[in-house]
Design a protein around this ligand. Structure first.
Ligand code: ATP
Ligand code: ATP
Ligand code: MG
Ligand code: MG
Ligand code: MG
Ligand code: MG
Length: 268
C-alpha cells in the first residue's frame, strides 16, 4: 500500500488549468445538437416538429438527470437541453469541464442507446454530436430568467415555424414566398394569420411544441408488497408505501411566477 509512483513526466500535470465553478452559483450546462438542421433532414424529421425526436431528447435528458449527481431541473426544446446543478453541488469539486463533458457524453450515448425506442426501424445513419457550454448564475432571479429566456426562444421559433409550414403545407406557398410573407411580421400578425386564414388557434397547438419540456424531480408514493417470514406466523405478505424521487416531464409555462411558486424546492 503506498504512494503512487511518480515518474519524471509528472510535471506535465501542472499544465492543467483550474476551472472550478464559483461557489454558491447555479451551474448551467447547455447542450446543442451539432448541425441538426442536416441531421433532421437526413433522418426525415417531420416539419416543423418531430415528436419522435423531441421524445428522444427528453429521454436522453432524463438519463442525464438520473445518472449524474445534483441536477434539480432541466429544460429542452428543438435540439438543445439545459441542465441546472444545485448551487451547493460539490460533484467533481465543481470542475466545469468534468461536469460539462459528463453531461454531454451521457446525453450523446443515451441518444444513440434509446434511438430505436423512438425511431423504430428507421436507422441512425451516423453518430450525432452535441456541443456543451457552462454558465454560472448567482441569483435565483438570474436562473429563472435564464430558463424564461430559453422558453421564450422556444415560443418565438415555434410560432414562426408553425406559421411558415402552415403557409407552405396548407397554403400552397413556396418556401421563398412563405418567408417573404412572414418578413417583418410581429407575433400578433402570425397568430391572426393562422386564425383568419387557416382556422388555427395557436394557443390550442401542442404544449410540447409551444412550451418545450421541463424535467423536475417529484416525490411519488410507491406501494410495495413483500413476503417476510416470522418465527411464529411463518410466511406473511406485507404491504408498505415508500416515497421515491422520480423525474417528471412537464410541458408547462415556466415564464410566469406560478410554476416557481408551485415548485419552491427547485431553487435553494
Ligand atoms: P449548430 O451546429 O450550429 O447548432 P444546427 O443545424 O444544429 O447548427 P440549430 O440552430 O441548433 O442549428 O437548429 C436546430 C435545427 O434542427 C432546427 O432548426 C431544425 O431544423 C432541426 N430540429 C431539431 N429538432 C427538431 C425536431 N424535433 N423536429 C424538427 N426539426 C428539428
Ligand atoms: P473514474 O470515473 O474516476 O475515471 P474509473 O473506474 O474509470 O473511475 P480509471 O482510473 O479511469 O477509473 O481507471 C479505468 C479502469 O477501467 C481501469 O483501472 C480498469 O479497471 C478498467 N479498464 C479500462 N480499460 C480496460 C481494458 N481495456 N481492459 C481491462 N480493464 C480496463
Ligand atoms: Mg447552435
Ligand atoms: Mg444545433
Ligand atoms: Mg439548437
Ligand atoms: Mg475512468
Amino acid at each position: 500500500t503506498g504512494v503512487m509512483a511518480k515518474s519524471k513526466f509528472e510535471y506535465v500535470r501542472n499544465f492543467e488549468t483550474d476551472d472550478t465553478c464559483l461557489r454558491n452559483c447555479y451551474i448551467v450546462v447547455r447542450l446543442d445538437g451539432r448541425n441538426f438542421h442536416k441531421f433532421a433532414e437526413q433522418h426525415n424529421f417531420t416539419k416543423p416538429n418531430d415528436d419522435r425526436a423531441l421524445g428522444l431528447m427528453a429521454r436522453s435528458a432524463r438519463s442525464v438527470m438520473e445518472d449524474l449527481e445534483d441536477i434539480s431541473i432541466a429544460y429542452g426544446q428543438s435540439d438543445e437541453f439545459s441542465f441546472i446543478f444545485k448551487r451547493s453541488t460539490n460533484w467533481f469539486k465543481r470542475r466545469g469541464s468534468k461536469l460539462m463533458t459528463h453531461v454531454a457524453s451521457q446525453f450523446s450515448s443515451s441518444y444513440v442507446f434509446y434511438w430505436k425506442e423512438y425511431f423504430g426501424e428507421q436507422p441512425l445513419l451516423y453518430p450525432p454530436g452535441f456541443d456543451g457550454r457552462v454558465v454560472l448564475y448567482p441569483t435565483n432571479h438570474n436562473l429563472k430568467d435564464y430558463l424564461r429566456w430559453r422558453q421564450a426562444d422556444c415560443h418565438i421559433n415555434n410560432l414562426y415555424n408553425t406559421a411558415f409550414w402552415t403557409l407552405v403545407q396548407k397554403g400552397g406557398l413556396s418556401t421563398t414566398q412563405a418567408e417573404e410573407r412572414l418578413n417583418g411580421t410581429l407575433s400578433g400578425d402570425k397568430n391572426e394569420m393562422l386564425f383568419s386564414e387557416f382556422n388555427i388557434n395557436y394557443n390550442n397547438e401542442s404544449p410540447l411544441h409551444r412550451k418545450g419540456t421541463t424535467l423536475i424531480w417529484e416525490k411519488v408514493d410507491e406501494t410495495l408488497t413483500k413476503t417476510i417470514s416470522l418465527p411464529k406466523e411463518g410466511e406473511k405478505e406485507v404491504t408498505f408505501t415508500r416515497s421515491r424521487r422520480k423525474v417528471t416531464a412537464l410541458n408547462c409555462d415556466i415564464i410566469g411566477d406560478s410554476f416557481w411558486e408551485e415548485h419552491p424546492d427547485i431553487l435553494e
